[in-house]
Design a protein around this ligand. Structure first.
Ligand SMILES: [Zn+2]
Ligand SMILES: [Zn+2]
Length: 356
């Protein structure tokens, strides 16, 4: 008979695997009861709730607006006749299937409650059309796999617009948030980011804009599209000035407040060349609910950006696991002697998974 303590490392290992589950591809969960709850949706997309459970062969007035949404995010081509019909036809069913696949939803081809809820959620304005290179990995690139091609060591400069900013957050609050967001990416790839005052010469140009701001991708007011950024080596990084941008939800009680750091971290991924991932827990997942903070890079984000730029020499997967553990609370108790090999074992498993 073995004493309990001989099983303790195994128990820890299984616990860690469970806790690291968000790093793995999202799996469909048992279907919850049909309840559509999207807090603080905007008026435009909120209207899509009326298409719940509409299926193929149906004709519903206003369905063409939902098709416009699918076109905007890369799931439907521009219609031949300039206007979409209100019919739920074969092509639209294919678009729904593609959307469900790319957003990590259960693939039903129907406008079920999960799908409609996700459609109505605030999200990034960048199209989901992307090039996925590996069947078992989930991160994706823009077509042509563009990246910043500067000589090593790579330093990308960034600057804030001297004109298009918001006034209810201080300059230092905004700078602190962006500094942390850039640092997260810099810690995993051999790329440095440096703020510069010279906006016109900066590689990455950050600003807050309202409505139509001249790049063919107009913003849409509160929630809906939150921000967008362009693929390398463009460097334009635009945030919707109509949002209630927050750096501290303790201070900002608005129901529609959006975490600036989470969106900044996501858009920097685009600036570097990553497209959207279907892994819901990853930073590069396209949607983000109000009052939600999602700033830690997950394995999927790291594997994607390192495939473009290589690894930062100081980065280890065990450090990523350790940071995930520390951010999930102190209850795990890793102070004992077995912690190091448990973390290493988890890191090996994760690396093996990445190699599959
Ligand atoms: Zn995005
Ligand atoms: Zn823009």
């Amino acid at each position: 008979m073995f004493p309990f303590f001989s099983y303790f490392p195994l128990f820890l290992f299984l616990l860690l695997l469970l806790l690291s589950r968000p790093c793995f591809p999202a799996r469909p969960l048992p279907k919850p009861p049909t309840v559509l709850t999207v807090d603080g949706h905007n008026d435009t997309w909120g209207d899509f709730a009326r298409f719940l459970d509409i299926g193929k062969g149906s004709h519903v007035s206003g369905m063409s607006e939902l098709k416009q949404y699918f076109k905007k995010f890369g799931y439907l081509p521009v219609p031949n006749s300039n206007n979409f019909t209100d019919n739920f036809d074969d092509r639209f069913e294919s678009a729904v299937i593609a959307y469900q696949t790319r957003l990590g939803l259960t693939v039903t081809g129907k406008l079920d409650s999960d799908t409609i809820s996700t459609i109505m959620s605030p999200r990034c304005g960048v199209s989901d059309a992307a090039h996925t290179l590996h069947a078992t990995r989930h991160f994706a690139y823009f077509y042509g796999k563009p990246r910043w091609a500067k000589p090593s060591p790579v330093t990308l400069t960034y600057a804030f617009s001297p004109v298009n900013m918001i006034d209810y957050l201080s300059s230092s609050e905004i700078r602190t948030v962006f500094n942390r967001a850039f640092s997260r990416w810099a810690s995993v790839i051999p790329v440095n980011f440096a703020e510069t005052e010279n906006y016109s010469l900066a590689d990455i140009k950050i600003g807050f804009y309202t409505g139509d701001h001249g790049d063919g991708e107009p913003f849409d007011g509160v929630l809906g599209v939150l921000a967008h950024a362009f693929a390398p080596e463009n460097g334009r990084f635009h945030l919707d000035a109509a949002e209630t941008w927050a750096v501290d939800f303790g201070e900002d009680k608005s129901k529609v407040a959006v975490d600036l750091e989470s969106v900044a971290t996501h858009e920097i991924g685009h600036v570097l060349g990553l497209a959207h991932t279907p892994v819901k827990e990853a930073v590069m997942y396209p949607s983000l609910s109000p009052r939600t903070r999602k700033v830690d890079l997950k394995i999927d984000d790291v594997a994607g950006v390192q495939a473009l730029y290589g690894s930062n020499p100081n980065f280890t997967y065990s450090s990523l696991v350790e940071s995930a553990i520390s951010s999930s609370g102190p209850a795990i108790g890793l102070e004992n002697g077995s912690s190091k090999w448990v973390v290493s074992l988890v890191a090996v498993v994760l690396m093996l998974w990445l190699c599959i």
